[in-house]
Design a protein around this ligand. Structure first.
Ligand code: KG4
Ligand code: ZN
Length: 357
């Protein structure tokens, strides 16, 4: 395969991810150290703990990724690292680690936007796949990125070229999943837990509100979150649970029904807007990425919309939708080939944007 062989490092949030990726497409190794167990007791990420856990796990993660790739330092062409957006303390661990490796091994460094990583995961090959057997993203395309911190729709007319179509005006979709998961007593992270609970829903007629935001491609999830709080409180009252009793959970059937209703509302808005955008710009493909893209219901619904439009939907396997190092190697290779290099003063950019309107 042509293209650079990169070591890629991701530490923007609560996963320490290190991968070796060839040509931005072929994954030679991809190791993720998850902090889910660490943050579960608080039901959300504690930034200080996240940064310390990255420090604790980054060397073992590299060791494992390195051993699995079976390469030598001189085989590598460079190192790619996420420099934003994300938590400052977490980003700095990955950045400083990458800089040290770059200096010691005299290896070029390239800084990668985490959101661009979620987009470029669509170009990664699955095991056994090659460039001829994979369904390729074709420009112009619509990219829908739905993660814990960001949710946006963008048009790409070429590699590394984005026009923002719409973004969330308040919460990210993943954040809403996590908050409603907590409301339903499903634990952290809420996204996978809500999906699992929703699969068991027998009654599927509860309706959560959708914020359509007029004709715009912008999104909003805070109203849905507020509505969920009211719907859950009403359901608890109906089941005769004392409002002061936070310990008693809703019955399993009601929990499943409400999880389904919430998920349906989020998926409906995301899939409808992505399909409308694809139609309007004459997209030749749709790509979906970010942690929430691991959601089976969203994948299925958007695949249906894409099929109706006659364009392929490209969505990475779930493990490449949630944060990982391989996606940073995918985007990093494009930046590397475009001649971009980061200096040793590369700094964390917690609010780094990807695209403009
Ligand atoms: O992209 P990601 O791994 O981290 C960020 O960059 O934020 O996304 C994490 C988010 C969390 O909010 C998590 O609840 C959500 O992705 N998520 C899901 C699923 N798996 C992860 N949401 C819905 N359904 C899932 N299966
Ligand atoms: Zn992410």
């Amino acid at each position: 395969m042509s293209g650079p062989l990169l070591l890629s490092i991701e530490s923007s949030c609560d996963e320490t991810g290190i991968a070796v990726v060839e040509g931005g497409r072929r994954i030679m190794s991809n190791v993720v150290a998850s902090q889910v167990a660490l943050h579960a007791p608080t039901g959300g990420i504690v930034p200080e703990l996240a940064a310390r856990a990255h420090l604790r796990w980054i060397v073992p993660t590299l060791d494992e990724a390195w051993a699995a790739a079976g390469i030598r330092w001189r085989d590598l062409d460079g190192i790619a690292v996420t420099y934003g957006p994300g938590l400052a303390g977490s980003l700095l661990v990955g950045i400083n680690f990458a800089k040290a490796l770059s200096w010691v091994h005299d290896m070029p460094l390239v800084g990668v936007n985490h959101l661009e990583g979620h987009v470029y995961a669509a170009w990664l090959l699955d095991p056994g796949e090659d460039e001829t057997s994979k369904v390729e993203p074709v420009f112009p395309l619509v990219a829908l990125v739905v993660s814990g911190g960001h949710t946006f729709l963008a048009e790409m007319t070429d590699h590394l070229t984005y026009r923002l179509l719409g973004t969330t005006v308040d919460d990210a979709a993943g954040e809403a999943f996590d908050k409603v998961g907590r409301l339903l007593g499903l634990g952290y992270p809420g996204g996978p837990a809500i999906q699992k609970a929703a699969e068991g829903a027998v009654r599927r007629d509860v309706r959560f509100p959708r914020a359509w935001m007029g004709d715009s491609y912008d999104l909003s999830f805070s109203g849905l979150k507020t509505a969920a709080r009211r719907i859950v409180a009403d359901a608890r009252a109906e089941e005769g649970i004392d409002p002061d009793d936070a310990e008693t959970p809703l019955g399993e059937a009601t929990t499943a029904e409400l999880a389904w209703g919430f998920q349906d509302a989020v998926v409906d808005v995301l899939a409808t807007k992505a399909a409308r955008a694809a139609r309007e710009i004459g997209a030749r493909s749709i790509i979906l990425g970010g942690g929430v893209a691991a959601n089976a219901c969203l994948r299925e619904r958007l695949a249906g919309e894409a099929q109706e439009l006659g364009v392929p939907l490209i969505v990475p396997r779930p493990g490449l939708c949630t944060d990982n190092g391989a996606m940073i190697g995918a985007a990093g290779a494009r930046r590397f080939e475009a001649g971009e290099r980061a200096a040793l003063d590369l700094d964390a950019r917690p609010s780094l944007p990807l695209a403009r309107r």
